[in-house]
Design a protein around this ligand. Structure first.
Ligand SMILES: [Zn+2]
Length: 476
């Protein structure tokens, strides 16, 4: 007995030593800070903010071609040096700019999209969604965050560098799609194909997707700059249950609606397995040095604590989505009359595929879990496997991180998995360094403004966004 206790004590000691060793040998946090270039005196900040507001007045929706034409004229008028110096190629309403640096080094590609999502309830907005209103604190309007804020800041940065006689370190391409919100087939896909035909490989591709959020999101005092290094895949399927139609006065044991409801319930209670995928692991690794000792010990020993962390992250929808392929039932259709049993019942399920999942593995799961009387068909034009995961650490990541740290918020930089989709996925074969980040700092509540009501960009941050993109183009 005594010997057993001794052995046990020894095992505990060894375990503690291993945990401590991993905690104390965690790599030091990278803390390099770049210098953001100053903007030329002639570039008045109010005028820049005014141009962003003006950009928001063009309702660049898929069914409004005139708005795109007007927007393009506006860009030409607003950024004269850019349009004199850079070459411009149009793909429908999409715009691809090329800034020749005359240097022979790998180019970078900055992405943003011109199109916006429609406004469902304009009466719920504090300012009209397409009025481009500027007040003391914000620039208001549909597209301020998603994604004309980035688009305009990138062009302001280009114009600013040209005004001050500066050129980029290596060639810069700017690709501004016009149909990101509906899949990017006519914009991003075609521009990416053209870039591929030119045999271009990019040192870095940057799109929207990540941003700065309060550090409390990850248990820190300082804000965190979330740099997307991967995005989830997307697939929608329709389930259909069939049954004998008939009179509701003598219902059979099984009905189409009952079978369909059972199928949805089964999938909801048998979700795809949760795990810490590579981007989420890397996120925890990067924030670990900034945590309390107890948390550092947990994050440094994922080999032991992974189940514990998963259980915690599963508790909230936004962190659960980082762990697994999620399913959301979004449409339901069955029946024609209150006293008639329908012959069919249909449900639409929207899946977001975690890294490691594929559309094929998801189909196999559905086939496995669902009974034979439920048919499954793919639906919609949006279909994508999860993106590749950008390999970090890397020179490009370090450069972006150093620029982000130079922003006034002085954030801790962490890679992460984007749970939504961006145009970046269409360009991923052109670089192994694809990132999703917009240099803007938001509150947790602001996330609902993307595609929601009262979209707005904090006006004081805008000049710093411009400086961030200018620094990136200069190769800092
Ligand atoms: Zn967007």
């Amino acid at each position: 007995m005594k010997r057993l206790l001794q052995l046990l004590a020894l095992a505990v000691l060894i375990l503690l030593a291993v945990l401590l060793y991993h905690t104390l040998t965690l790599p030091q946090a990278d803390s390099r800070v770049a210098e953001l270039p100053d903007l030329p005196q002639a570039m008045d900040e109010d005028a820049m903010v005014g141009r962003l507001a003006a950009a928001l007045r063009f309702p660049t929706l898929p069914d409004q071609p005139d708005a795109f034409v007007g927007f393009h004229d506006f860009l030409r008028d607003s950024f004269p040096l850019t349009h004199q110096t850079l070459s411009l190629k149009a793909f429908g309403h999409s715009l691809l700019y090329h800034w020749d640096s005359k240097n022979d080094c790998p180019p970078q590609l900055l992405l943003a999209h011109q199109d916006v999502v429609p406004v469902s309830s304009p009466e719920k907005w504090q300012k009209p969604p397409f009025a481009g209103v500027v007040d003391d604190d914000f620039v208001w309007g549909r597209g301020a965050l998603d994604d004309k804020g980035s688009l305009m800041a990138i062009l302001e940065a280009t114009e600013a560098l040209l005004q001050s006689g500066q050129a980029p370190a290596c060639d810069v391409y700017l690709a501004f799609g016009h149909d990101e919100e509906i899949g990017g087939r006519e914009g991003a896909v075609k521009m990416a194909a053209w870039l591929e035909q030119q045999n271009l490989r990019f040192a870095l591709i940057l799109d929207e997707g990540g941003m700065m959020l309060p550090g409390s999101t990850l248990g820190m005092d300082r804000p965190v700059a979330l740099m997307g290094i991967a995005e989830k895949g997307y697939m929608t399927v329709e389930l259909q249950a069939e049954a004998e139609p008939g009179h509701s006065s003598r219902p059979p044991e099984r009905t189409a609606i009952g079978d369909l409801a059972a199928a949805i319930h089964h999938l909801q209670t048998h979700p795809r397995p949760a795990s810490l995928s590579l981007p989420t692991r890397k996120m925890l690794e990067q924030v670990a040095p900034h945590q309390s000792f107890a948390k550092r010990l947990v994050f440094a020993n994922l080999w032991l604590f992974e189940p514990l962390i998963i259980r915690q992250l599963e508790g909230k929808p936004e962190t659960n989505a980082l762990l697994r392929t999620t399913m959301a039932p979004t449409l339901l259709e069955a029946g024609v009359k209150e006293n008639v049993l329908p012959a069919t019942a249909n449900a639409t399920l929207n899946f977001r595929l975690a890294p490691g999942e594929t559309r094929d593995s998801l189909r196999a799961y559905l086939q496995n879990e669902l009974p034979d009387n439920i048919s499954v068909t793919s639906k919609g034009a949006f279909l994508s496997d999860p993106s590749a995961v950008t390999d970090i650490p890397s020179a490009s990541f370090d450069r972006l991180a150093a620029l982000a740290r130079a922003l006034p918020e002085q954030p801790v930089v962490a890679p992460y998995l984007l749970i939504a989709g961006t145009d970046a996925r269409h360009y991923q074969h052109l670089s192994d360094q694809v990132f999703r980040f917009m240099p803007v700092s938001l509150g947790q509540d602001d996330l609902a403004r993307f595609h929601g009501h009262n979209e707005r960009l904090p006006r004081k941050q805008y000049p710093h966004m411009v400086r961030f993109y200018a620094g990136l183009m200069l190769g800092q």
